[in-house]
Ligand binder design. Structure first.
Ligand SMILES: Nc1ncnc2c1ncn2[C@@H]1O[C@H](COP(=O)(O)OP(=O)(O)OP(=O)(O)O)[C@@H](O)[C@H]1O
Ligand SMILES: [Mg+2]
Length: 449
């Protein structure tokens, strides 16, 4: 079942072993546990698609586990296996919200047993999907929101947006990772006469080399193997809209010269096509590295830089506008307490001071993630310094580790928080699912971590 995970708990080791040998388990990943307490810790960290648990166990019974799961992870269905003839246990199980119960022995009802497990997995997947849609919707309203901050730096950014939104001029947004470049790009689009048309975001470093040209400019049917039908490219689709070219500094040289041509002439051809096409797109580009340096290092075309830097918006890093931190923290605190239905009072003064003194190498995105995580994990009314995940597992502070380490840390955090749901984790990180998968592979992040 698409690699669904079953967490199986029984203090009887033989029963666990027998279960793991059943041929049906081939369709699943089975995580066996002898103790419900340990299993519960695992479930809080990693999650599972379904839990199957014995009821009578020392330390923590299956019913206790079930009640705790209702508090922590009500989305994971729990199937209980009760002792033969204990109808009371069965009644309690159902009352407490068990997905189903089976009386031992289960050998004579294996067919029903497995179909129930499959049903439970389906239910869990559905709940997960609903939750991720709900969160996406809520986050979209966060994204569509205004630009928070009253520092001189942000005031200037806001003024620039107002000034340039109504024009067709190409805009280059520069700023460190997580400073809000995409947010600003969307704000430009939303305040422009193009707002009723689409905003397309393209990450220039994410293109598979062979497909780049056809993605951007489209192709004619039969122009290459696999081109089964004519396809419009992004420049064509973005007619009357805005095309956001993210991480432009990472565009391969071949793409750079094509971009230059289309920005100059505003005309292009589909791959394999002969006629010139015209499209009324507006380009907003973003970079997190200095393009002048990239030009000096011959990684970026000077003529393309001239085309792009007609109007530059520079977003200062968060550590240079610390006065924005309280507002941002409060703003996202409110959003996340609403999204996660957590009625918390606020952020303590000392926690706020910690947020203000921290250097934020990942800028606003890191702050958003820290607040989100604090809201989820906070066990008190108030977010205190203890609930701020600013120190890495190794005990070093995040400010002392480099960006790559921080990225790895954030990915692990997001995977843990989302129970290894990559779609949800990528939403939390604000990156594409594809990018997340690529990063997991590159950093060798294991599911067992
Ligand atoms: N001034 C701000 N007010 C409110 N939210 C902000 C602000 N700046 C950034 N954010 C939020 O921080 C997160 C990161 O912003 P965004 O994706 O725009 O950054 P970026 O500069 O494009 O980052 P990267 O270089 O990593 O792609 C988003 O959730 C965004 O909504
Ligand atoms: Mg971005």
């Amino acid at each position: 079942m698409n690699d669904a995970t079953i967490l199986m708990i029984d203090n009887n080791e033989n029963f666990l072993k027998l279960f793991c040998c059943l041929p049906e388990t081939n369709d699943f990943t089975v995580v066996p546990y002898k103790s419900a307490k340990d299993a519960f810790d695992y479930l809080c960290r990693k999650g599972a698609d379904v839990v199957i648990s014995d009821v009578q166990m020392p330390e923590m019974t299956g019913i206790e586990l079930l009640t705790r799961m209702q508090d922590m992870r009500p989305d994971i269905p729990v199937i209980l296996i009760t002792a033969y003839g204990s109808s009371e246990e069965a009644i309690t199980a159902i009352k407490q919200g068990a997905f189903h119960y089976f009386e031992k022995p289960i050998d004579d009802k294996l067919h029903l047993f497995w179909s129930t497990i499959r049903e439970a997995v389906e239910k869990h997947r559905m709940l997960e999907e609903i939750e991720s849609l709900r969160k996406e919707k809520a986050l979209r309203s966060v994204r569509g929101s205004s630009i928070i901050g009253a520092s001189e730096g942000i005031k200037k950014v806001r003024e620039s947006i107002e000034e340039v939104a109504g024009l067709k001029v190409t805009v280059l947004i520069s700023g460190e990772t997580g400073t809000g470049k995409e947010l600003v790009a969307r704000a430009i689009h939303e305040r422009s006469p193009r707002r009723s048309n689409s905003f397309f975001a393209v990450n220039c470093s994410e293109f598979a080399p062979g497909l780049m040209e056809s993605e951007l400019f489209g192709h004619e049917k039969g122009s290459f193997t696999g081109a089964m039908a004519q396809k419009k490219g992004l420049f064509e689709i973005a007619d009357k809209g805005t095309l956001f070219l993210d991480e432009i500094s990472n565009a391969p040289m071949a793409l750079q010269s094509k971009l230059l041509r289309v920005l100059e002439a505003r005309e292009f051809k589909r791959v394999g096509g002969t006629s010139n096409l015209y499209s009324d797109f507006r380009v907003v580009a973003a970079t997190n590295t200095n393009l002048e340096t990239a030009v000096a290092e011959q990684r970026f075309r000077q003529d393309l830089l001239y085309r792009l830097n007609m109007y530059i918006i520079e977003i200062p890093p968060l550590r240079e506008r610390k006065e924005d931190i309280p507002r941002l923290a409060e703003y996202y605190f409110k959003r996340f307490t609403a999204i996660y239905h957590r009625p918390l009072e606020g952020i303590s003064e000392s926690a706020m001071n910690t947020l203000i003194t921290y250097q934020w190498p990942g800028n606003v995105r890191e702050l958003v993630n820290v607040i989100e995580r604090a809201v989820i994990t906070c066990r008190k009314n108030l977010i205190t310094t203890r609930s701020l995940p600013l120190a890495s597992e190794s005990g070093s502070t995040l400010s002392s580790i480099n960006l790559k380490e921080m990225e790895k840390h954030m990915i692990r955090l997001a995977l843990q928080t989302s129970g290894h749901n990559k779609t949800r984790a990528s939403e939390m990180l604000g990156i594409a699912r594809k990018t997340l998968i690529e990063k997991i592979r590159r950093y060798h992040i294991e599911k067992s971590e």
